[in-house]
Structure formats: C-alpha cells, structure tokens
Design a protein. Structure first.
Length: 337
C-alpha cells in the first residue's frame, strides 16, 4: 500500500538536537515563569502542531502490575531495550522475523523516548494499565467474527480492516492512539469552533463548541459516521470533546496495537489541556457498555513542534488492497487445479 510515510525526524534532525542541547547546557539564565496564552475570544490557546510520538506502550507490561511511573533510571534502561526490540534493521537470523519487519527503520517515527509524563503505559485506567475485559456477549461475538474472518478476510474490500481501506486510523481517532509514524496533530481555533487535523490519513475534525447550559445540536440517532459526531465545550482551562453516533465497524477502529471491537454504543470523551509552554496533555475515556465491562482511559503528552504536517495520501495508487484481493483470488484458483 503506498502510504506517504514520515521520515524518521529524530535522525534527520540529530545534529540540530545536539546543538540545542549544547547551547542549553551553557545557558545560565533562570527559566521564565510560564503564562497560559489565550485566543482573542479568551480561550486557552491550543493552536499549533503537536507531536504525540513516544515509546510508551499502549498497555502496561503485565509484570509491572499497578506501577504507573518509571524512575529516570528505569526510563533509560527501558528506552535502550525498547530501541533494540523495535529496530526494523536488526537481523537475528530468523527469516520470518526479518521479513515481518517490513520496510526499514528510517520510515518509522514512533518516538525515541518514553512520554514526558514517564508513565509505564498510555492506558491509565483500569489501574493495571490494561484494557478491561469484554462482556460475555461481546466476547462471544468477537470470537465468532474472527472465526469467520479466518476464512473470509479476503472475500472483498468490505472484509478488510478500516485502515487497509484508508477509512479509519488509530492516530486519527477519536480517541487519538499514536502509532508507528504520522503522529502529528494541528489544532486551529476560532470563536465557537476547534479544528484538529491528524497527520495520519490527513483527516480533519471540525468540532463545534457550546457554552453555558446550551445543549449540543446532535445528529439524529439514525445518522452514523465512522468518526462519530463530536461536540465540544470548555470546563475551566480544559477543552472537553464528547463524540457519539459512531458507525459500528466489523473490525477494530483502534489500530493494530489493540485488536478490540466497538459497536454503535461507543462514546468517547476527550480532554485537552495546555499543561506547559510547549506541551498539551490529552486524555480520552472510552465507554461502550455493550462491549466492555468498564470504561477505559488513555493519557498522552503532546509536545509542540515547529515541523510541518506531512501530506498523507493513502488512496492515491493504493495497490496494496488490490494486491491482497487479487492474491487471494489466485490462491483460490490454484487450490481448484
């Protein structure tokens, strides 16, 4: 599939980072106290391009239990091991693993460090940092679906994943779940409106804002969209976005990192807070009572960058999907001979 992938920015800008670090080490002036900037209509200024990439895993390694944060020493050890494990250019003699790493590491931009919040996982609730169990009914449906997909995943484009079809990506959300590359978000604000463009998929969400006791103008219940219907409001200094009216999908909308499921009862509440001069904190709570036994929440810091958002062209020349389906037809033909 011909994706417009982001080059590994950390390698391209390594010399620049070293120069900045050296200059910072020589500087002796104390840091200025940060003041929250506001838009002309008085709201906290969230505008700019923000980078959500980091080595922080979506779910916490089971052996860490309820440990929420790494110490600086633990961070350094984890980053060293994680860099080795994720290196797509590493060769260990296993043909299956070597081929499974796909294109080389220069095309990945997953982040060179853990998130600045030092968390052990992006999932922060449940307390074990892992996704809650599915309800018995959802677990049975999930098992039945995947048994069917073992035989029919290549029947046609409708049976492929949403990201194979360039429809939904974990990065574009909601909720925003960073992936291997294209983890930039550009936020633009205007009175009564916030717009968020995701680098992955080049998808844009225009989010109308309500104030006071105004009731959001929701879409009718029978109108469903892949990205749902988002409405926002301010709670103090935090932008709160509630999204409903999701269209149920046959396969996970949460990307390759978590092969879960959701249905038409999905509800996502995002909270975006400017937490520093070059940082915003993003939290999202996912509720789906017919799928999960309890809601789950993720948190990730986003760091401000002067980089531009790359164009992402998934549909143009999308020969990957055609290759998957034509390959399946060829296998069926050979099996009949």
């Amino acid at each position: 599939m011909t994706y417009r992938l982001a080059f590994n920015r950390r390698r391209l800008l390594a010399c620049a980072f070293l120069s900045i670090a050296a200059a910072g080490a020589m500087a002796q002036t104390p840091a200025k106290k940060w003041t929250l900037q506001r838009t002309p209509d008085g709201q906290p200024d969230l505008q700019g391009v923000w980078d959500a990439a980091s080595m922080t895993p979506l779910e916490r390694p089971a052996e860490l239990g309820t440990k929420e944060f790494y110490t600086p020493e633990e961070m350094a050890a984890y980053e060293k091991k994680r860099e080795h494990d994720l290196d797509r250019d590493r060769r260990d003699g296993s043909a299956e693993q070597d081929l499974g790493r796909a294109y080389n590491d220069s095309w990945f931009d997953r982040g060179a460090h853990l998130g600045s919040n030092r968390r052990t996982s992006r999932v922060i609730d449940p307390p074990n940092g892992r996704f809650p169990a599915m309800t018995p009914a959802a677990a049975a449906k999930y098992k039945e679906l995947h048994q069917w997909l073992e035989k029919h995943a290549d029947d046609g484009p409708e049976t492929r994943t949403p990201y194979d079809r360039c429809l939904v990506f974990s990065q574009s959300g909601p909720p925003f779940i960073p992936g291997n590359y294209n983890n930039y978000y550009q936020i633009v604000q205007a009175p009564g409106m916030v717009t968020i463009m995701s680098e992955m998929g080049h998808q844009v969400r225009n989010i109308p804002l309500t104030s006071g006791k105004a009731t959001p103008a929701r879409l009718p219940e029978n109108v469903r969209q892949l990205a749902g219907d988002s409405q926002g409001h301010w709670e103090g200094e935090t932008l709160v976005i509630e999204t409903t009216n999701f269209r149920a999908t046959q396969q996970s909308r949460f990307g390759v990192q978590y092969d879960g499921m959701s249905d038409e009862n999905l509800r996502v509440v995002e909270r975006i807070t400017r937490s520093g001069p070059a940082r915003i904190t993003y939290r999202a709570t996912v509720s789906d009572p017919t799928v999960y036994t309890q809601p789950w929440t993720i948190e990730l810091p986003m760091e401000k960058t002067s980089d531009a958002v790359f164009e992402y062209a998934c549909h143009e020349g999308n020969y990957g999907l055609a290759g998957i389906l034509s390959g399946a037809r060829a296998q069926e033909k050979n099996a009949k001979q």
